[in-house]
Design a protein around this ligand. Structure first.
Ligand code: ASP
Length: 334
């Protein structure tokens, strides 16, 4: 899978967007092409995730096939990428902020609407697991920064240096060449968002990221914000986002996708409508940033859509673990 530089130059005030790229296996149909899609219950269990993360979806499916629930599946699936030092957008090895600090954002949400999140977490690889502990072991939804780190340590997580030699070298190069102007991350994936339906038909989701490469110190994106980066409603379905978090937050994107499904839209139609809310804003600068959504409904139908090309979804269902190229809004050739 060849890496591609998706957008060469994007700015968000002083922060840059880490966007990724992947190669298609087949095109995800848009809503017009999708009219023939069956609405009958899909085969369960199933897992979908943002970008090309077949090892993560394989882990999640292993959990589900062993009778595990969707919550365990999404946590353990995300942990694979968090531990993958080669992935420079999640967990260990994530690209740092402009000051050289790796700071992680993550959240998790279960079938009962319980949720937990960590923001600006440092030195702990498995942010998604800390988010789960916040959900299960505290009366709160979100812990930030040093408090989140101390909480994690109190729960037995080992602090470690998350800045790998490769990410440190990339940061040092960025400092010289970009002169504090942001650049685009050329990765084959970015934020990992994962949604699963277990054998009981119950849905859970998780989202984990190191956020925008070379972001301002203290910056938090959409990924740990329930309703923006992730939303699960076990009656309706679930959605997760990747891309420029600020734009997702402004439209409360994942909640929007789920609510659109509640109103009768398919996951594909809902993802397309959520993207249209972004690109159709007055003076939208969408040509210079990426946002992508994936969604699943209670029937197990799935959808994915992005502003620009090269977003993809990984889907594991019926023994097939495949990368599916997402359809996208901006068809103009730059
Ligand atoms: N959504 C993430 C953020 O804004 C970045 C990404 O998906 O690449 O922090």
């Amino acid at each position: 899978m060849k890496r591609r530089n998706f957008i060469k130059n994007a700015t968000l005030s002083t922060a840059g967007l880490a966007v990724g790229s992947t190669i298609a296996s087949c095109a995800e149909s848009n809503s017009e092409e999708k009219k023939t899609t069956s609405t009958s219950m899909a085969s369960l269990p199933l897992v979908i995730a943002t970008w090309h993360v077949t090892e993560s979806t394989a882990k999640a499916m292993e959990v589900l096939q062993a009778g595990g629930n969707a919550l365990d599946a999404v946590e353990q699936g995300c942990m694979i990428e968090e531990a993958n030092e080669k992935g420079q957008s999640v967990g260990k090895g994530g690209l740092p902020d402009r000051d050289g600090n790796v700071t992680l954002d993550a959240c998790i949400m279960d079938k009962n609407g319980n949720c937990g999140a960590v923001v600006y977490l440092q030195n702990i690889t498995h942010a998604v697991s800390v988010a789960r502990k916040v959900m299960e072991d505290t009366p709160h939804v979100m812990l930030a920064g040093e408090g989140a780190k101390q909480f994690a340590i109190s729960k037995g997580f080992q602090p470690e240096d998350l800045l790998t030699d490769a990410s440190k070298a990339a940061w040092e190069k960025w400092k010289i060449e970009a002169k504090y102007k942001p650049i685009i991350n050329i990765e084959n994936h970015d934020t990992i968002g994962m949604l699963a339906i277990d054998k009981n038909g119950d849905i859970s989701g998780a989202c984990t990221t190191s956020g925008l490469a070379y972001k301002m110190g203290g910056r938090v994106g959409d990924s740990p914000i329930i309703g923006s980066g992730l939303f699960v409603d076990n009656e309706i379905g679930a959605a997760v986002a990747t891309g420029l978090g600020e734009e997702v937050v402004k439209t409360v994107g994942s909640f929007l996708v789920v609510e659109l499904m509640r109103q009768g839209k398919s996951p594909q139609e809902a993802c397309e409508e959520a993207i249209s809310r972004i690109v159709n804003k007055p003076n939208s600068d969408y040509k210079n940033f990426q946002v992508g959504y994936i969604a699943v409904n209670k029937q197990g139908e799935t959808g994915s859509y992005s502003i620009h090309q090269w977003f993809s979804m990984t889907k594991f269902q019926d023994g097939v673990n495949e990368q599916i190229q997402s359809n996208y809004f901006n068809k103009t050739k730059e």
